[in-house]
Structure formats: C-alpha cells, structure tokens
Design a protein around this ligand. Structure first.
Ligand SMILES: NC(=O)c1ccc[n+]([C@@H]2O[C@H](COP(=O)([O-])OP(=O)(O)OC[C@H]3O[C@@H](n4cnc5c(N)ncnc54)[C@H](OP(=O)(O)O)[C@@H]3O)[C@@H](O)[C@H]2O)c1
Length: 279
C-alpha cells in the first residue's frame, strides 16, 4: 500500500493516511456531466483505495453529483478505513459556472443529497465549500453545526477561507480541516496553514500539483532528476514535507498517474532539496 508510506493524520477521531486522493476528475470534461468511461472511473476509484489512499475528497458540485455517485458505485459498502470528505455550498447552473450558495435551506438539502448519493447515514467529513458573500458566514456554519448535532455529519471542515473566517467558524463549531489552494507555485494560504498548525487541524491543499503548473519549474525538474523521481512526485513530497498536518489530494483520471502519485509518499526529500524547492 504505497500511499501508507507518508504516515497518518487525524481528522477528529478518524485516522487517515496523509497521502490522499482528490476525486474531482472522475466527472466529465470541465468537471461537468458523466465521464467518457464510467467503468474506467470506477476502476480508478477502487485502485485508489487499494493503493492505500484512505481519504477521498469529493463534492456535490463535481459533475454535479457524478463524483459522489461513482464513489458509492465503486466502493460501497465502504471499507471501515475509508473516510469520504465531501463538500457543499456551490451550485452548477451550467458547465462553466460554480456559484456560491450558503443559504441554510440550500445546505440542508445539499447534505441530504450527499447522504443519499454516498448511501450513508452520516458523512465523516463535510466541508463548507466556500463562503457565500450574500449570506452571513456564521449562518452557513451554524446550519452545518445544527446538521452535525442532528447526526448527519461527523466532522466539519471549511474550504476557501481566510484566517479570520477560520477563527469565526471555530467559535461556532469544532472544525477539523481547512481546504485551500496550496502548491509549490501558490503559497498565498501560508497564513491559513500556520493557523491550522497552531490549532492542530488538518490542512488539505487543493490543486496540490497546481493543476499541472507546479510540475513545470526548472527547480522541480532538477530535484526530480537528482532523486530519480517525477516532477509530480517531487511536488507532492514537498507538500508532505512542508507540514505534518498537510493532507495532499492530487487528482487524476489516469491509473498510471494515480500509481505514480501514490509512490510520492515514500519519496524522502533532503533538507537541500526542500531549500531548493522553497526558493
Ligand atoms: N475546495 C476547492 O475549491 C477545490 C478546487 C479544486 C480542486 N479541489 C480538490 O482538489 C483535488 C485536486 O485538484 P485537481 O485535480 O484540480 O488538481 P491537481 O491535483 O493539482 O492536478 C491535477 C492535474 O494534474 C494532472 N496530473 C495528475 N497526476 C499527474 C502526474 N503524475 N503527472 C502529470 N500530470 C498529472 C491531471 O491530469 P490527468 O487526469 O491526466 O492525470 C490533472 O490535469 C480535486 O480532486 C478536488 O478534490 C478542491
């Protein structure tokens, strides 16, 4: 199980392998509609678990509904080690739109929809996908805290938040994770990562490969050649080395890339490699 090589991390009372899987790209092109080959995507999801990824990140907006449905088709009844983190708070009125909707009535329906598609009675990690500027943040988080008290959600996470928003949410509910964009090429959430470290909660970097951009810099290629690794493996290993609370979720629709990425869990960067990549 190569993905187990990077050790584990806690999400509340749950333990997952730090090398995780982003299941957004099992939906169709532009994360819209069905994939070209559903059976191949089910196989990819099953392979991701076999390789030791015990945390899968998804969202109701991926497809919409497609990623969650395929995860259930591929792996339900879920093995007890597998933790599914889904998200709600975005809607897809058309292919290129990702609109925010943090209204209580929307979030209540969204949680019920995810429970149904994932065939669960309780969602292990439910992440508020993004603050909605037209709804007070405390009202959205408060609604999710109510759903947690009602037993529909085990743990709450946030996504696309600032340090201030994280602090506000933590005054309302227990937050176990934050998911923001973070990779070698975009470290604008360094302050949020530091706040997560201070609070002892997981930081889930989305776009861990910068959607491909983090594989291009010459320094990444140089370290990869030195280690006999690939640029994607170096980009993931840098994240894993960056913080013990980092839970990378690289996404792919290719089994070859999935296997390559899982092997990054065992890639040891030297302090010199880290210094080169940090620069
Ligand atoms: N919270 C949010 O707002 C938010 C936003 C975006 C994403 N996410 C989450 O973050 C996860 C990861 O994001 P992502 O998939 O968009 O970006 P990513 O992991 O940074 O990069 C994925 C891209 O890199 C390619 N790739 C993957 N492995 C590779 C390898 N070994 N060599 C070369 N290319 C490789 C993939 O293409 P192939 O398919 O060809 O491998 C894909 O185009 C998603 O699955 C989703 O769960 C969350």
């Amino acid at each position: 199980m190569p993905a187990a090589a990077a050790g584990t991390l806690r999400l509340g009372d749950l333990t997952v392998n730090r090398m995780a899987f982003g299941a957004m790209r099992v939906a169709g092109p532009d994360i819209w509609g069905e994939p070209r080959d559903r059976a191949a995507m089910r196989k990819l999801l099953a392979r991701a678990f076999e390789l030791g990824h015990t945390f899968f990140d998804t969202a109701d907006s991926y497809g919409p509904d497609v990623s969650e449905t395929l995860i259930a088709e591929a792996l339900h009844p879920f093995p007890k080690e597998l933790v599914i983190g889904t998200k709600g708070g975005l809607v897809r009125p058309s292919r290129h739109r990702w609109d925010r909707d943090g209204r209580p009535e929307h979030l209540r329906g969204a949680v019920d929809g995810s429970l149904k598609r994932l065939r669960l009675e309780r969602i292990d990690l439910y992440q508020f996908h993004a603050p909605d500027p037209s709804v007070p943040f405390a009202e959205s988080v408060g609604t999710l805290a109510e759903l947690q008290r009602a037993g529909k959600i085990r743990h709450l996470g946030l996504s696309n938040v600032s340090v201030r928003e994280l602090g506000e949410a933590r005054r309302i509910a227990t937050i176990v994770s934050v998911q923001n964009e973070y990779n070698l090429e975009n470290r604008s959430s360094d302050d949020v990562l530091a706040a997560c470290e201070k609070a002892g909660i997981a930081f889930i970097p989305w776009y861990p490969l910068g959607a491909g951009r983090a594989l291009r810099p010459a320094k990444v290629k140089r370290v990869a050649v030195r280690l006999g690794a690939t640029p994607a493996q170096v980009a993931i290993a840098w994240l894993l080395a960056r913080s013990p609370l980092m839970l990378p979720i690289p996404g792919t629709s290719s089994i070859a890339h999935l296997e390559e990425n899982a092997a990054a869990a065992a890639l040891g960067l030297t302090p010199d490699d880290v210094a080169v990549l940090d620069g």
